[in-house]
Design a protein around this ligand. Structure first.
Ligand code: AHR
Length: 650
C-alpha cells in the first residue's frame, strides 16, 4: 500500500492527548502510595474481630487485639492495637507483613513511626525495638527507643531504619519488640503505624519511587482521578447513598484526621493518598489533573433527588477551590489543621485554598478539567438535573473550567450542552481495530471528547467480563495492544475533537487484583510494564504537534497509521499499528523535498498471545534501530506490531 502524506497539516494535536486514568483499584494503598504497612491504623475495621488484625501477628508470647479505644489517638482513628507482653521479655512483640511483603533495600533509609500510650501508669520503662526482619527471622535493620511507663497520653515515636543488607525477596516483616524493665505483664496501646521508603521526588507521605517513575516514563500529560467507580458509593451500601463516597476533605491534613473509607473495590482506602498528595504528584510528574467530583449517584442504583443535592454541590465547589483558590494568607490562622473535624462534618470552611496553603502549598494547582461523576449512563434518567445543577453552580464559581459529562453522548439531552464527554470502552482486540474510524463521523461543533477508559480486555465478544477461561485477558497481549494501537491512530487523527485518552485500569497489585488486564503490574518489590504500557509510551512520547492527513487506511483491514509533525524538530512521526497475523508492506510518500536519508524506528512486536508477566517481564519490549528513509519510506510492519518512524524532513 502506498500512503501519500499531505503537505498541509489539518489540525493541531492537543498536548493533553495521551495520559493516565487512576483510581484505587488494585493499586493506591500498597501501590502508588509508598506506605509499606497494611492496615496501619485499623481504619474501618470492627474491633475484636480477627479481620481487624489482618496483616498483623503476635510474636513470642505477646497478646494483641484491636480495641475501640476509649481515648483514641484522634476522632478519625477510633481503634488502637492493644499489646500485652510478659515482663522482662526480650522477644515479645508483633509484626506487620506489609502489602504482601516488604521490600528491604540496603541503599534505602526507611522512616518508621507509631503512636503509643500506656493504659495504666507505672514507674518502669519500656524499650521499643523496631526491626525489618526476613521470613526466616533474620534482622535486616533495627532501631530502638525507650518510653517511660508514665506516658498515659499519646506520644509519637519516629525512627529511621537502615538495613545492613538487602533482602533477596519481599518475604519480610516490620516488627516491633516490646521490652518492659519490670517483671509484670505490661500493656501498651499503639496507633497509626507507618513505614516509608524513600519516595518519588523525596516527598513526605509520597509515592513509591519505582511505580511513579514507571508512570512518568510512559509520558502522560494528564491524570484522571479519583475514579472510576471508586469515586462513588459502594454497591453494597444501598440505603446509605452518600456516606461511602470519596470525599476530598476527608483526605487532606494530618494522617490522624483521615478516617479512610471502604472503597468501591472492596478494600479499605487509607486516604493517605489524598487530594494534596495527588496534586503534588501531578506537579512533580508534569501532568495535569482531570478531576472528578461525585455527582449524586450511587453504584447501587440510587440517585439523590434534586432538592438534596446542594451540600454535595458545595463540597464539589470546595474541592475545585482547594486546587484553584489563591492563598488567602490572612485567613491561615482561621483554618488550622485542627479545624478539619469541623470541615468533615459540615459543608466545610470558607476557604479551602487557605487550607491548602496552610498545608504547605500556597500556590494554586493547575486545574482545567472537572468531570461530573463517572459513567452516569447508569443513571441517565436523573443525570439531566444532576449535571445541570453541578455544572451550573461550579461554572459560576469557575467559569474558566471545562466540565465533562459522563452519560452517553447526546443521550439524554443535557443542559448546558456539555463542553466535553468522557467515553469508555472495554472490548475485544478485534473491536478496537474495527472501530478506528468511530470518531471520524462525529460533528465538528465545538464538543470535545475524552476517551477516558479503554482497553482490549477479552478475546470473547460474548462474555467480555468473564473469567480467563472465557477469554478474559490476565495481562495485555500483543494482540490486544496492537488492537488498541490501531484505535489510537484513530484518536490521533480525530484529535481536533478528542482532547484526551487513557487506558484503564492503570495499576495492578498482582497479589490482590480486582480487575484484569492492567497497564502496569507490580508486587511489593517489582514492576512489570505490559505490552499496552509500551504501546501507550510509544504514542505518548512520540507526539507531534500537528496532524498530517494521509491516504486513509482500509476501514475493514488490520493495518492502520497516523502521521504527525513535530514542528520544533522538523520531524515527521509515522505511527503504524498492525493488528493482524501477517506482515504488511507500506510505502509512505512524504511531501518534502529534503528528507533525511536515515531515521529511527521504534518497534514493539511479538506473538499474538505474548505478554509481559511477573515471571517474564521483558517478553516484549520496544527496540530502537536506524532505518533508511527518503522521500518514500518503504516499511514492512510485522504481524501484531506497533511501529514508530521518525525522520527529519523539510
Ligand atoms: O476501570 C475499571 C472500571 O471500569 C471503572 O472503575 C469504571 O469507571 C468502569 O466501569
Amino acid at each position: 500500500t502506498t500512503v501519500s502524506v499531505s503537505a498541509t497539516a489539518s489540525h493541531a494535536i492537543p498536548t493533553t492527548l495521551f495520559g493516565q486514568m487512576f483510581e484505587d483499584i488494585n493499586s493506591g494503598d500498597g501501590g502508588l502510595y509508598a506506605e509499606m504497612l497494611q492496615n496501619r491504623a485499623f481504619q474501618q475495621v470492627t474491633p475484636g474481630t480477627s479481620d481487624a488484625l489482618d496483616f498483623w501477628s503476635a510474636i513470642a508470647g505477646a497478646n494483641i487485639a484491636v480495641i475501640a479505644d476509649p481515648k483514641p489517638v484522634s476522632d478519625a482513628l477510633p481503634n488502637s492495637l492493644q499489646v500485652s507482653v510478659p515482663g522482662k521479655s526480650t522477644t515479645a512483640g508483633f509484626a506487620n507483613s506489609g502489602f504482601w511483603g516488604i521490600n528491604v533495600n540496603s541503599s534505602w533509609t526507611y522512616t518508621a513511626s507509631f503512636y503509643y500510650k500506656f493504659p495504666t501508669s507505672s514507674s518502669q520503662s519500656v524499650k521499643f525495638t523496631v526491626e525489618l526482619r526476613s521470613a526466616s527471622g533474620k534482622t535486616l535493620a533495627s532501631s530502638a527507643t525507650t518510653a517511660s511507663g508514665t506516658a498515659t497520653t499519646w506520644k509519637q515515636v519516629q525512627l529511621t531504619l537502615k538495613p545492613t543488607t538487602s533482602a533477596p525477596d519481599v518475604n519480610n516483616q516490620f516488627v516491633v519488640l516490646v521490652q518492659p524493665s519490670g517483671s509484670a505483664t505490661t500493656t501498651v496501646d499503639f496507633a497509626m503505624f507507618s513505614l516509608f521508603p524513600p519516595t518519588f521526588k523525596g516527598r513526605s507521605n509520597g509515592m513509591r519511587m519505582d511505580i511513579a517513575e514507571t508512570l512518568v516514563e510512559m509520558g502522560p500529560k494528564f491524570f484522571r482521578f479519583p475514579g472510576g467507580n471508586n469515586l462513588e458509593v459502594r454497591p453494597s451500601c444501598r440505603g446509605q447513598t452518600t456516606a461511602t463516597r470519596w470525599q476530598w476533605n476527608a483526605t487532606v491534613g494530618s494522617l490522624l484526621d483521615r478516617p479512610g473509607r471502604v472503597g468501591d473495590w472492596g478494600y479499605v482506602n487509607t486516604d493517605g493518598l489524598g487530594l494534596l498528595e495527588y496534586l503534588q504528584f501531578f506537579e512533580d510528574a508534569d501532568m495535569e489533573p482531570i478531576m472528578a467530583v461525585w455527582s449524586g449517584y450511587s453504584l447501587g442504583g440510587t440517585s439523590l433527588p434534586e432538592n438534596e443535592l446542594a451540600p454535595y454541590i458545595q463540597q464539589s465547589i470546595d474541592q475545585a477551590c482547594y486546587d484553584l483558590c489563591c492563598s488567602a494568607s490572612g485567613h491561615l490562622s482561621l483554618y488550622a489543621l485542627d479545624q478539619l473535624h469541623y470541615s468533615r462534618s459540615s459543608q466545610g470552611y470558607r476557604s479551602p485554598g487557605a487550607l491548602r496553603a496552610s498545608l504547605g502549598h500556597p500556590e494554586p494547582f493547575t486545574l482545567n478539567y472537572v468531570e461530573i461523576g463517572n459513567e452516569d449512563f447508569f443513571a441517565a434518567d436523573t443525570y439531566p438535573y444532576r449535571f445541570q445543577d453541578f455544572v451550573g453552580n461550579l461554572s459560576k464559581a469557575f467559569p474558566q473550567l471545562t466540565f465533562i459529562a459522563t452519560s452517553d453522548v447526546g443521550d439524554p439531552t443535557l443542559t448546558p450542552t456539555p463542553q466535553a464527554y468522557d467515553v469508555h470502552v472495554y472490548q475485544t482486540p478485534g473491536w478496537f481495530a474495527q472501530n478506528v474510524f468511530s470518531y471520524d463521523s462525529f460533528a465538528r461543533d465545538g464538543q470535545k471528547y475524552f476517551e477516558g477508559e479503554y482497553a482490549a480486555i477479552s478475546t470473547n465478544a460474548n462474555d467480555l467480563f468473564g473469567t480467563p477461561s472465557d477469554g478474559r485477558l490476565t495481562f495485555p497481549t500483543m494482540q490486544s495492544s496492537s488492537g488498541e494501537a490501531a484505535f489510537m491512530t484513530g484518536l490521533e487523527r480525530n484529535s481536533d475533537i478528542v482532547f484526551a485518552a487513557s487506558y484503564a485500569p492503570l495499576l495492578q497489585h498482582v497479589n490482590s487484583t480486582q480487575w484484569t488486564p492492567d497497564l502496569v503490574s507490580f508486587d511489593a518489590g517489582s514492576v512489570v510494564r505490559s505490552t499496552s504500557f509500551y504501546t501507550q509510551k510509544l504514542f505518548a512520547t512520540n507526539q507531534g504537534d500537528e496532524f498530517m492527513p494521509s491516504t486513509l487506511p482500509n476501514q475493514n483491514g488490520t493495518v492502520f497509521w497516523s502521521i504527525s509533525r513535530l514542528t520544533s524538530t522538523l520531524e515527521v512521526i509515522i505511527k503504524i499499528a498492525n493488528s493482524g497475523n501477517s506482515s504488511a508492506q507500506l510505502a509512505f510518500a512524504l511531501p518534502f523535498s529534503d528528507v533525511a536519508s536515515s531515521g529511527t524506528l521504534q518497534l514493539l512486536t511479538g506473538a499474538e498471545t505474548a505478554s509481559n508477566t511477573p515471571e517474564a517481564p521483558n517478553t516484549v519490549v520496544p527496540k530502537t534501530s536506524t532505518i533508511t528513509t527518503g522521500k518514500t519510506i518503504d516499511y514492512t510492519a510485522p504481524a501484531f506490531s506497533v511501529s514508530i518512524i521518525r525522520v527529519v524532513a523539510s
